[in-house]
Design a protein around this ligand. Structure first.
Ligand SMILES: CSC[C@@H](O)[C@@H](O)C(=O)COP(=O)(O)O
Ligand SMILES: [Zn+2]
Length: 211
């Protein structure tokens, strides 16, 4: 029997981490109707990612599989997330990225609709901006790009790459779709995702009050 191309213990650990964290994100209502997908880097060529179409609130080890940077399944007959390329492009580009989270919360979806014309949500002056790695003061701004939605992941991935060529970022919105956020590991990716969610919620509430 040939050896596995990835560390099976690393997979087990990554799967446990995804399952625990995603259960909490799902309980918050951020993964409705089987939407959303989640991944964790295993090594310099492989990531653990959710199987396509599964109920993200009820994940088990069977719902997590391995892919390479081309988005191809490794050692599994399951179909990886339809949006696998949006995860693997980040791992391939940044060796220090260890976790990518994609959710469909109501705040993320509504903000993506409201700001798709501008193509960006500007977050500035919030203390919570310090939740993003590298920020040490509220006196800064974080720009959250809003990309047009597409069912063609190569098109979306090319747009993300073009953005990353211009500016460092920890996440983006897709119009009418949801949010991608990432970090060096699960706690950091989750902190970034939660900060985006909170701050987008603030912007939406402010818009209502300012009407
Ligand atoms: C159930 S509609 C949402 C999907 O089209 C997609 O955007 C999504 O987030 C989940 O796709 P999946 O293939 O399960 O990873
Ligand atoms: Zn999605």
């Amino acid at each position: 029997m040939s050896a596995s191309p990835y560390d099976v213990n690393a997979l087990r650990h990554a799967a446990g981490e995804i399952i625990t964290n995603v259960r909490e994100l799902a309980a918050a209502g951020w993964t409705p109707a089987t939407s959303s997908n989640f991944s964790r880097r295993l090594d310099e060529r492989h990531a653990a990612i959710t199987v396509s179409g599964r109920d993200k609130g009820k994940l088990t080890e069977n719902d997590i599989m391995v892919v390479d940077w081309d988005g191809k399944a490794v050692g599994s007959d399951h179909r990886p997330s339809a949006e696998t390329l949006l995860h693997t492009q980040l791992y391939a580009r940044y060796p220090d990225i260890g976790c990518v989270l994609h959710t469909h919360s109501q705040n993320q979806t509504i903000a993506s609709r409201l700001y798709s014309g501008k193509g960006v949500v500007k977050l500035d002056g919030y203390e919570l901006l310090k939740a993003f790695r590298g920020n040490e003061t509220h006196e800064t701004e974080v720009l959250v790009p809003v990309l047009p939605n597409s069912q063609d992941m190569h098109t979306l991935a090319a747009q993300v790459d073009a953005l990353l060529d211009r500016q460092p970022m920890w996440g983006y919105l897709i119009d009418g779709h949801g949010m991608y956020a990432w970090g060096r590991d699960m706690p950091e990716a989750r902190r970034h995702l939660e900060a985006f969610e909170f701050l987008l919620g603030c912007e939406l509430e402010l818009r209502k009050l300012q009407r």
